[in-house]
Design a protein around this ligand. Structure first.
Ligand code: SAM
Length: 187
């Protein structure tokens, strides 16, 4: 992760992967065993992918979408239950439609929204809202140190406007830096 961060700091966005504690909290309240379509955005080296793959039901189709070909190849190798896709999260709706998949039950994101260009974040949030079924969830995290900033606050407001309700929030101390996990349910 550090090597890729040095080459693409804005898209990778973190020097170290998330902790297992953060990954576990990201999926803890999601009914992955009963889901049909599960999407992970920005899987990176696969810490959260592992937590997802361990909980998938037999009928679920899971997609992990990343722009970095090296990460995509590693995800494909490590997690045969997950379809690793090289592409942008902004194209999520087209990627689901091309596979004739139902709207997503759960979208779980490790994308570095704090360092992505604003237009890219807007395109991704539009794609997320268009790709989730009613009652489906979107889960992401924000580091505690960045949480009160205007950028992080307007990101949460933009998601709440698209999802129709405020998120549920939990803190994870066992991560560097500690983080809030946020889950929105699409109304
Ligand atoms: C901070 S890493 C997160 C990795 C992992 N989920 C974790 O929590 O440790 C962010 C990941 O998002 C990917 N990424 C950045 N922009 C993207 C985009 N537009 N579409 C898909 N993936 C993207 C990067 O390549 C990188 O793998």
């Amino acid at each position: 992760m550090l090597g890729r961060f040095m080459r693409s700091p804005r898209t990778v966005g973190a020097v170290a992967p998330s902790s297992r504690a953060l990954a576990a909290e990201m999926v803890r309240d999601l009914d992955l065993s009963g889901a049909q379509t599960v999407v992970e955005l920005g899987p990176g080296t696969g810490v959260v992918t592992r937590a997802i793959a361990e909980r998938l039901g037999p009928d679920a189709h899971a997609l992990a979408i990343d722009v970095e070909p090296e990460f995509v190849a590693a995800i494909a190798r490590k997690f045969p239950r997950v379809e690793a896709v090289c592409g942008s999260a902004a194209d999520l709706q087209a990627l689901l439609q091309a596979r004739h998949l139902a709207p997503a039950d759960h979208i779980i994101s490790g994308l570095p929204f704090a360092s992505l260009p604003g237009e890219m974040t807007t395109a991704i949030l539009d794609a997320v809202a268009a790709s989730l079924r009613q009652g489906g969830t979107f889960t992401t995290f924000q580091y505690l140190n960045g949480y009160p900033t205007p950028l992080a606050t307007s990101f949460r407001q933009a998601l709440t406007a698209r999802m129709g309700a405020a998120p549920v929030r939990r803190v994870v101390w066992r991560n560097f830096p500690p983080a809030f996990v946020l889950t929105w349910r699409h109304q």
